[in-house]
Write a protein that binds this ligand. Structure first.
Ligand code: PLP
Length: 423
């Protein structure tokens, strides 16, 4: 958790105590560290530098305009999956020639908008989509560049709901079919099909899936070139992991060591699409305990003002987020160890939403918490705010970006009027 420290018995984001942010902006509140965001991007840029890659930040991980603007200025391109994400990226000043567009269901209208904007490349996921892209390019009297997203049937050994490169997943084009498409590449006169794209899943905690997929790609690329197809780029997708529990995990240089030699051997340019790695540990969700109650058989519930509408990952995937009071001993993820004799207790940490699945942690050992205390939900920068909703008619949380001693609201808290706008 770069950018977050524990000092004098309380939690800080850069130079600002979280207690001050809660007082000023209320809770639930997403808090981002600017330096952490930039450092994480830099770590990737340095690790992959020998290949001079295009690093396309995956907008779905967190699509806040200020974050996109910050990363774009620091050299990132963008990986988008919808017309809405295209709109956001352009709005944030993105260079269209650094935008790649993935997703299994891009509509003809979205495809046309992206061609008009002059994006670098589509990652096409079906023959039907190639036809749609070809037709859109023809209608606009221009050419579109395409990479085929290949389903290599490699198990990323991650959560069943976030694995994307296996035979039974909806993503990508099956390898034999991709071979056929390249063999008759002249069939789409308005497309330049010059790349291959892989995204195996997320998060991926070992380099093996990348190695396996690249091994398959090596023979595939040789075969495809044999048919006269011009291959120039390989996009290795995202999936680079972060530490959610404070455990040691592999780093960008480990991924680079596994990926770069094969890419060099194939003589291809490299694109990567990291999302989680950049934003995941650069933010936390700040909440407040509303009530503490006891249930049957002494079961204790700590009820927060943040719910699954603010942070959906635990409800959706059973994901782990470390949750710890803002004041008191340091959180383990920040290197803290509960002092001997510290009063830890076993509780369920839940939100206020009328769903049993609105539970952030079950039977978790944390320091004793009382109503009114502030609590941090760590590692929530990726797939946190971007997956949030107003379910139970709860206005969405605010977001602040901290830089040194300054904090700036980068998304206002929604109001009740926002809830009914458009109805
Ligand atoms: C095509 C594609 N690229 C990149 C990503 C980003 O993955 P991560 O946030 O794990 O880096 C995703 C995530 O789902 C994706 O679907």
């Amino acid at each position: 958790m770069d950018g977050f420290t524990h000092r004098a018995g309380q939690l800080y984001c850069e130079e600002v105590p979280l207690t001050l942010l809660a007082e000023r902006y209320g809770t639930p509140l997403y808090v981002y560290s600017r330096s952490a965001l930039l450092n994480r991007l830099k770590e990737l840029q340095e690790a992959f530098a020998p290949a001079s890659p295009l690093i396309c930040y995956s907008v779905k991980a967190n699509s806040n305009l200020s974050i996109l603007r910050l990363l774009g200025k620091a050299g990132a391109g963008f990986d988008i999956v919808s017309g809405g994400e295209l709109f956001r990226a352009l709005n944030a000043g993105a260079d269209p020639s650094k935008i790649v567009f993935a997703g299994v269901g891009k509509s003809p209208r979205e495809i046309a908008a992206a061609i008009r904007a002059g994006i670098r490349m589509f990652n096409a996921e079906s023959e039907a989509e190639l036809q749609a892209a070809d037709a859109a390019a023809k209608a606009l009297h221009c050419r579109a560049t395409v990479a085929l997203r290949i389903n290599p049937d490699v198990d990323a050994r991650t959560h069943a709901k976030t694995t994307t490169g296996r035979k039974d997943n909806k993503f990508g084009i099956a390898l034999p079919h991709a071979r056929e498409i390249f063999a008759r590449h002249g069939r789409y006169p308005n497309l330049d099909i010059t790349g291959i794209h892989l995204h195996l899943g997320s998060p991926i905690y070992t380099v093996e899936p990348y190695r396996k997929a690249l091994e398959k790609m090596r023979s595939f690329v040789a075969e495809v070139r044999g048919t006269g197809a011009q291959l120039r780029t390989i996009n290795m997708g995202g999936g680079y992991c972060i530490s959610y529990e404070g455990q040691k995990v592999i780093a960008p240089r480990d991924y680079a060591r596994a990926i770069l030699p094969a890419v060099r051997q194939m003589g291809l340019g490299l694109i990567i699409e990291p999302g989680r790695f950049i934003v995941g540990n650069s933010a936390l969700l700040l909440g407040r305990v509303t009530y503490v109650k006891e249930g049957w058989l002494g079961r204790k519930f700590v009820i927060l003002d943040a719910g699954m509408n603010d942070l959906m990952r635990p409800a959706l995937y059973g994901s782990y987020h470390q949750i710890w009071p803002v004041r008191g001993p340091a959180a383990p993820i920040l290197g803290g160890r509960a002092r001997k004799g510290a009063r830890l207790e076993t509780v369920d940490i839940v939100g206020p939403i009328c769903e049993t699945t609105d539970c952030f942690a079950r039977e978790r050992r944390i320091p004793r918490m009382r109503a009114g205390e502030l609590v941090a939900l760590f590692s929530t920068g990726a797939y946190g705010m971007s997956m949030s909703s107003s379910y139970n008619s709860r206005p969405r949380a605010a977001e602040v970006l901290v830089s040194g001693g300054r904090a700036r609201v980068i998304r206002k808290r929604e109001t009740y009027d926002d809830l009914t706008r458009g109805e």
